[in-house]
Design a protein around this ligand. Structure first.
Ligand code: GLU
Length: 222
């Protein structure tokens, strides 16, 4: 069956912990083949949130905001987006309703052809602006949204902290983007850095990340 609400060119990942009925489907987008994954709507009581990503010729911002609006009914406590604007990552995020994010964007507009958005259902760290997704790497070049829980994040975080890596949030998710940054600084490209990072993670996830150094791609994993 098809989710008719999602036009082509979208990437949507909804994670349903404990729901065995998740399945994947490949869709064609303007620039890339992306994996499109969604689950059945049977278990609305589970913690669910949303991820939207866009890469293409249009302005990513309204597409992301509309996508998040469609995922709003799933429940969330924070919302945010990141768009690559003139070569650097512009971030807007806060705790609270999507309306708040829309106001943030209206007051300080962002536009670009590549972006990601997220509605968060907090598991690690209170709902706050710093804990809201997307999470950005220390050098400001990689940005990530994440659904789910990194079960071994404490161990990974301690490893990074021992290398003096700074954290800006209390989330498990930030660990992922900081690991990607560490692999990038060892000379890997974005896809390889993401792959090496995903191999370290335990748990069930939906992850999407982009980099201002490689604006021709969007990396998604589930
Ligand atoms: N564990 C992450 C957090 O607490 C992601 C939660 C979610 O799936 O929205 O930020």
């Amino acid at each position: 069956s098809k989710d008719q609400r999602m036009p082509s060119g979208w990437l949507a990942i909804h994670t349903f912990p404990n729901n065995k009925k998740i399945f994947c489907k490949e869709i064609q987008t303007n620039l890339l083949n992306l994996r499109y994954a969604y689950g059945s709507h049977e278990r609305k009581e589970e913690s669910m949130c949303g991820i939207v990503g866009y890469i293409g010729e249009k302005d990513a911002t309204p597409i992301i905001l509309n996508g998040l609006k469609k995922l709003e009914y799933r429940g969330y406590d924070s919302a945010g987006l990141a768009v690559i604007e003139n070569g650097s990552i512009a971030l807007r995020r806060d705790a609270g309703k999507l309306e708040k994010l829309i106001t943030l964007v209206n007051n300080k507009p962002v536009s670009g052809n590549l972006g990601i958005g997220h509605t968060r259902w907090a598991t690690h760290g209170v709902p706050s602006a710093n804990n809201a997704h997307p999470h950005i790497s220390g050098n400001g070049k990689v940005v990530l949204v994440h659904n789910g829980i990194v079960e071994n994040f404490l161990e990974l975080k301690q490893e990074l902290m021992a290398e003096n890596v700074q954290f800006q949030s209390d989330t498990d998710s930030e660990t992922i983007v900081l690991l990607v940054e560490r692999f990038l600084s060892s000379g890997k490209g974005l896809i390889d850095a993401a792959r090496s990072t995903f191999e370290l993670l335990r748990g069930a996830h939906g992850i999407v990340l982009i980099s201002s150094d490689e604006p021709d791609k969007i990396v998604a994993a589930r």
